[in-house]
Design a protein. Structure first.
Lengths: 65, 276
């Protein structure tokens, strides 16, 4: 069982929630998250269940024009 | 009273907006920001790289130190849906309702997609965003964006990163004339301070640029040059340029010119027609 995080394969956490995945990954602050192309608001990570094959995007600030 | 740029109720003393991309180093970016004194800094968001020691933290700290207003973009989005999702992520990440809305319709010249742009603008305004759309000078597109609730428009001068300067001066000036109230910021394609000065002389409210500064041989010096150009152009616009004449008009008084023969056509001018 695995999920794709920023295009790379990661184990599905236990419990299978976005919150548990982020605890395992410890992304650097600040960040924002999308699951299967849908933005997930901070504060709802516990409620966001993830399944095998889900695509998670974790983004951070970068330079832009 | 100080001349200020007001965008969605927020006032700025500077009329220059500066991009943060393509600088050779963070310190060069920081120095260029100081020299440009921009109203806003444009930024973006990208995926964190697995295993990277610095996933945007140093850039984030640099941004906060500048104490500038942040304008996140939706760069690279090819549909309204992508742009809306990116805007939502940017709002949470940067804690601002401002969004520079980009929906690209052509990957060769990075031209805005007018249909996707209007669709995304409509939805984002309803979601409470303060949308600054990167658009063209097309009047119908601009009027649709205003109908959607955009309180600022950002027409391009030329394709992003080209530095060509205004490709369609007549179209840009027509837009200014037809939309005299809404703030218009020329975004993309400016390469030289003289071009920034020119669009400000035409009555545009501001200029947004990136590559013209970051890819200059001396970005810090160029940032300062653009800051002066934007100020100069704005002052010239406010001063009210003279009306262009079809024929020569002497600036020195003709009356009393020595050695003039009585038959000169200029001798007959009334005193009120003398030029100072």
């Amino acid at each position: 069982m695995s999920v794709l995080v920023n295009g790379r394969i990661h184990d599905l956490p236990e419990p299978p929630t976005l919150a548990a995945l982020l605890v395992a990954l410890t992304p650097q602050l600040p960040f924002a998250v999308a699951c299967n192309g849908e933005f997930v608001q901070r504060g709802t990570y516990e409620d966001c269940r993830i399944d095998r094959g889900d695509r998670i995007d974790i983004v951070h600030p970068t330079a832009g024009g | 009273m100080q001349d200020q740029l007001t965008l969605y109720g927020q006032s700025f003393t500077s009329r220059l907006l500066l991009g943060t991309a393509r600088y050779d180093s963070p310190s060069l970016l920081s120095d260029a920001i100081c020299a440009a004194n921009p109203a806003m800094l444009t930024v973006s968001l990208r995926r964190q790289l697995s295993g990277s020691k610095d996933s945007g933290q140093s850039f984030w700290n640099l941004l906060r130190q500048t104490q500038r207003t942040i304008l996140p973009n939706t760069a690279g989005c090819l549909s309204a849906g992508e742009a809306i999702k990116t805007a939502c992520m940017a709002r949470e990440l940067f804690q601002t309702n401002f969004i520079k809305l980009e929906v690209i319709g052509d990957e060769v010249n990075l031209q805005p997609d007018p249909f996707g742009l209007v669709e995304a603008a409509n939805k984002l305004v309803k979601l409470g965003f303060q949308v600054l759309p990167y658009c063209t000078e097309d009047w119908v597109l601009c009027s649709r964006l205003m109908d959607a609730g955009c309180e600022v428009l950002m027409p391009w001068a030329a394709p992003i990163g080209t530095g060509q300067g205004p490709r369609n001066p007549r179209g840009l000036r027509d837009l200014r004339e037809r939309a005299p109230k809404i703030p218009l910021i020329v975004d993309a394609g400016i390469g030289l301070p003289s071009q920034a000065c020119q669009v400000m002389e035409w009555g545009f409210d501001g200029v947004l640029l990136n590559t013209a500064v970051s890819r200059a041989l001396d970005p810090v010096r160029m940032a300062g040059a653009f800051a002066q150009a934007v100020k100069g152009g704005r002052s010239a616009f406010l001063a009210g340029p003279m009306i262009v004449q079809e024929t020569a008009v002497p600036s020195t008084p003709e009356i009393g010119r020595p050695f003039a023969s009585g038959s000169s056509r200029l001798e007959g001018l009334a005193p009120g027609l003398m030029r100072g």
